[in-house]
Design a protein around this ligand. Sequence first.
Ligand SMILES: Nc1ncnc2c1ncn2[C@@H]1O[C@H](COP(=O)(O)OP(=O)(O)O)[C@@H](O)[C@H]1O
Ligand SMILES: O=P(O)(O)OC[C@H]1O[C@](O)(COP(=O)(O)O)[C@@H](O)[C@@H]1O
Length: 304
Amino acid sequence: MFVTVTANPSVDRTIEVDRLVRGELHRASRTQVHPGGKGVNVARALVRNGVKTRAVVPVGGAEGAQLVALLTADSVDVVRVPTTGSVRCNVSVVEPDGTVTKLNEAGPSLTPADAEAIRDAALANIADATWVVLAGSLPPGAPVDFYADLVARLTGEGVRVAVDTSGPALVAAVAAQPALIKPNLHELEEAVGRELPAMADVVAAAHELRERGAGAVLASLGGEGAVLVDGEGVWHAEAAAEVRSSVGAGDALLAGFLSAGGQGPEALSEAVAWGAAAVSLPGSTMPGVEDIKGRVVRVARIDS
Ligand SMILES: Nc1ncnc2c1ncn2[C@@H]1O[C@H](COP(=O)(O)OP(=O)(O)O)[C@@H](O)[C@H]1O
Ligand SMILES: O=P(O)(O)OC[C@H]1O[C@](O)(COP(=O)(O)O)[C@@H](O)[C@@H]1O
């Protein structure tokens, strides 16, 4: 069983337009609504591929009810945590060449009681978990060490924890020693405080985050695939894809990695196949077996 915890889930609208021009009226050629938030997407991707997964989410307001309905339709086992404010709505505008413009709301303010309720629900639902994924931004009001605190508690219970978040929440979580982190290039740059123009810079940054506490670093690099840095070595993998929408591709990548054992080059290869499949699908549609199979992934060890 896999468990995901998403402190700031969303109802995602993906709107396709011919060309985005600031200040102009646009008429959508297509709109899709999906349950959203990084841990939510990881759960959707795993379930779509037959992997049992439970998603812990705060579910305030009408949007919270909509989120639960959408997740239930996707056959995800939902642990609902009633909270005060309404779940946010995030909008992605997608152009035909695959360019995505994202408008993410901050999310509802969590009270201290809300934050405690999410934490307690997570801890109460891990008895059968092999991995717990803590993912997405923190909403206003959540303490910056919300994920860090959960990493420490879950690791203390003997559960492997993967973290995919950003900014100070990521920095704090790394120090709590999660088994795995999944930053994209921007998040990795933010975490080490410098730009990372070359592959060698990415690898050096990943080593730095391992020294600061992360067990392994799965860094996603958009069209350039992903790099895995762990105690055994450094690998790069990439796969070509016809890009339709990159929304949620990083979440599919992480789901693929965990589904294939959560370590080593074989899991990296599977991860990149899931990421490439995700970008070729509209909106934040999570790929199924038929979208993933047959993808050619090039994997190379890049250190000695
Ligand atoms: N243009 C692309 N071509 C092929 N695969 C892609 C492309 N963009 C993203 N991917 C796949 O999706 C994964 C996640 O994308 P990325 O943009 O790095 O993450 P995030 O969605 O977290 O920002 C990449 O590691 C890669 O496997
Ligand atoms: O919590 P954040 O960082 O605002 O991100 C939430 C958004 O990220 C997603 O999980 C998609 O992931 P990406 O932005 O990495 O493509 C959406 O479902 C959601 O709207």
